[in-house]
Design a protein around this ligand. Structure first.
Ligand code: HDD
Length: 703
């Protein structure tokens, strides 16, 4: 799905996204002045007559809250900054193009490496690591070298450094490493420098960091220009070909201008003379058409070769000498376009090692594995929304489509109701949405595929999860007859609401595997033909009935926590009412007095207030009902639909109805027949508040 909101009105946002093309967001202005200058408006398109004076009560008076123009402008300004990157905060980016110069289809099925001359757009950001976003360009530091390839099979981010090894072997040490090198926690300095206690304390305790420290302390840590650094993918990755065969690979970027460094004295002086020395150099060389370029090289090797080395290729603190495995050049990246807007593009660029394409895969390097979590996670806190992929610099340039929806700052407007899968909406002529691509989609390399190795990475459901019917069958068959009837009625009701006939049929076809009688009941209830039984991945078996699954089989006949409605009216016997109230309260229940009027009602033995009006206290609110009425009042209520329904409902809901003789006239009108639950007042205590399910067939046509 890749729809973009149409620009509306005077100022509109224009997105142009074409596969393999350029994604560029511009603000276009309709209705320009005759001199070509756009009308100034607020963010909702209202033209502004004055953008320099706030609205005041009198020339020298206070500023008015009404000034929506002032408020919008300041509001937006107040929120201009986003969190800077926790590492690599200081960076410079540029657009460019990658071109394949040597096809390697025997090694990888990655689309960009299939044919010489294949190109794709790239965005590259080169950064220092330790300093903040506003720090200088030339401290001694590692340089980040992050390239986003917008390929026709999705984005591939190669997020590397200008040093081929890393300080730590396991991602779990990354926060410690970064805390130690950044400005010290209590004093807030030094900025953009590793020359301080905490970093070297860490190094002294972590010998694995020494290799990278050697590189950083060498002239590699103080480059002459961003155009003159090497780049490395650092980790061992994998190339996977069409046949699913994998080889290990290390990626290299070789600068066409060669590698060049400063001296320390130069680096220090440049920091003062021009803090933006590298950023400016990159920007100006591109704007002058002197495009920086790097060759992409690979060192390819297999597991057998790796096993023979005196180091582990999954250990990111080790490199593979080019003398052992030469670097083979397969492509060239040329940075040929500066960003139009630093914030929108460079600052909002979200690189993630998880942006990978079919034909390239990860290795089990524990440093890489940790990164696979960290980068996605950090974008949410930096860019504020899970929809950061819709920001033009991050969006793929090939179509993308899935069932992820909503979230903050959603700008796409998906159509239709297909937002889940599997779905069969297409069978009804609706848009069913995208489908997985078993052949062409990304498949994790199956290491040790032939071994049946338990550590093999697979996306499968085990056979032991294949029985979907035996337990639903056990559940249904463990229910009482009335519970089964309720369940069947519920399904009939739900499916009666389903408008798609094929969906109804498929549910019944599935239910035939659960219980044939249930399926038949549902089909009859819906008045549809019994469909053919659904094919079972594993045929069900009859499991033992479990009484613990039934509510009715273990129902407690107790007043505790239950509510009993007591209906009374003028002349009712107060002593009798009190007797029931006390009885119910004594057993932990609540008696609710219900009467045709609520205020002081004259009863035999005094006056009594009701808790609820009969017309507003239907018997559905109670677990059982009691009726204490004088015959004349009962006769009157027999003509009151609220009273008749009070009993009718309680009866239909299989509740206990304890009543005085006088009430009979209402019971007759309500169609309440005598049974185990319709009892004289003195039987109430014995019968209790349990439901009388045996009554149900008399009051409802059960499916
Ligand atoms: Fe990282 C940014 C390179 C290990 C966590 N990293 C970041 C950038 C680069 C690298 C170039 C800046 C990307 C940009 O320009 O936006 N990082 C590396 C390399 C590593 C490495 C080459 C080791 C071989 N990084 C690493 C680990 C973790 C992270 C082990 C965490 C477990 N890195 C991050 C991060 C950052 C990041 C916190 C900060 C901003 C961002 O991701 O987008 O998630």
């Amino acid at each position: 799905m890749h729809d973009h909101p149409p620009g509306a009105g005077h100022v509109k946002t224009k997105d142009t996204v074409a596969p393999g093309g350029e994604l560029h967001q511009t603000i276009a202005h309709d209705g320009d002045h005759s001199d070509g200058v756009a009308h100034l408006t607020d963010n909702f398109g209202h033209r502004l007559s004055d953008n320099e004076n706030s609205l005041k009560a009198g020339k020298r008076g206070p500023t008015l809250l009404e000034d929506f123009i002032l408020r919008e402008k300041i509001f937006h300004f107040d929120h201009e900054r986003i969190p800077e990157r926790i590492v690599h905060a200081r960076g410079s980016g540029a657009h460019g193009v990658f071109e394949c110069t040597k096809a390697i289809p025997e090694l990888t099925k990655a689309s960009i490496f299939q044919k010489v001359g294949t190109t794709c757009p790239v965005f590259t950001r080169i950064s220092t690591v330790a300093g903040g976003a506003g720090s200088v360009d030339t401290p001694r530091d590692v340089r980040g070298f992050a390239v986003k390839f917008y390929t026709d099979s999705g984005n591939w981010d190669l997020v590397g450094n200008n040093i081929p090894v890393f300080f730590i072997q396991d991602a779990i040490k990354f926060p410690d490493l970064v805390h130690s090198v950044k400005m010290e926690a209590d004093r807030g300095y030094p900025q953009a420098a590793s020359a301080h206690d905490t970093f070297w304390d860490f190094v002294s305790l972590m010998p694995e960091s020494l290799h990278t420290v050697m590189w950083a302390m060498s002239d590699r840590g103080i480059p002459r220009s961003l155009r003159m650094i090497e780049g490395f993918g650092v980790h061992t990755f994998r190339l996977v070909n069409e046949k699913g065969e994998g080889k290990f690979v290390k990626f290299h970027w070789k600068p066409v201008l060669g590698i060049e460094s400063t001296t320390w004295d130069e680096a220090v002086k440049i920091a003062g003379a021009n803090p933006d020395f590298h950023r400016q150099d990159l920007f100006e060389s591109i704007s002058q058409g002197d495009f920086p370029a790097w060759d992409l090289g690979v060192q390819v090797f297999d597991e057998a070769w790796a096993a023979k080395q005196p180091y582990d290729v999954l250990d990111a603190t080790k490199l593979i000498p080019e003398e052992d495995i030469p670097v083979e050049i397969i492509g060239r990246m040329t940075l040929n376009r500066n960003v139009d807007n630093f914030f929108a593009e460079t600052e909002q660029a979200a690189f993630m090692p998880t942006n990978i394409i079919p034909g390239i895969d990860f290795s089990n390097d524990p440093l890489l594995q940790g990164r696979l979590f960290s980068y996605l996670d950090t974008q949410k806190s930096r860019l504020g929304t899970t929809n950061f992929h819709q920001i033009p610099i991050n969006a793929p340039k090939c179509p993308f489509s899935n069932f992820q929806r909503d979230g903050m700052m959603q700008t796409l407007v998906p159509v239709g109701r297909a937002n889940y899968e599997p779905n069969s909406l297409a069978e009804a002529g609706e848009t069913g949405g995208p489908r997985a691509c078993p052949e062409t989609g990304f498949r994790t390399f199956e290491e040790n595929a032939e071994d049946n190795d338990p550590t093999r990475k697979v996306r499968v459901r085990p056979e032991t999860f294949a029985d979907h019917y035996s337990q639903p069958r056990m559940y249904y068959r463990s229910l009482t007859e009335s519970e089964q009837a309720h369940t069947a009625s519920a399904i009939v009701f739900e499916l009666s609401k389903v408008q798609l006939p094929h969906v109804r049929e498929r549910v019944v076809a599935q239910l035939r595997n659960v219980d044939e009688s249930l399926a038949k009941r549902i089909a009859t209830g819906l008045a549809i033909e019994l469909p053919e039984k659904a094919k079972a991945a594993k045929p069900p078996v009859d499991l033992k009935i479990s009484d613990a699954l039934s509510i009715q089989k273990q129902a407690k006949n107790t007043l505790k926590g239950r509510q009993v409605g007591i209906l009374f009216a003028e002349g009712s016997d107060l002593a009798e009412i009190r007797k029931f109230k006390d009885l119910i309260a004594g057993k932990g229940g609540t008696a609710v007095l219900v009467a045709p009027r609520v205020g002081g009602i004259p009863v035999k033995g005094g006056t009594l207030q009701a808790d609820g009006l009969l017309a507003g206290s239907p018997s559905v609110l109670f677990d059982a009902i009691i009726s204490i009425l004088m015959p004349d009042q009962a006769s009157k209520l027999a003509h009151d639909s609220a009273a008749v329904q009070w009993f009718m409902d309680a009866y239909a809901h299989c509740k206990t109805i304890a009543h005085c003789k006088g009430t009979q006239v209402i019971l007759d009108r309500a169609g309440v027949e005598k049974d185990d639950g319709v009892v004289p007042l003195d039987a109430f205590e014995k019968v209790g508040v349990k439901r009388h399910w045996a009554r149900e067939p008399k009051v409802r046509d059960l499916a």
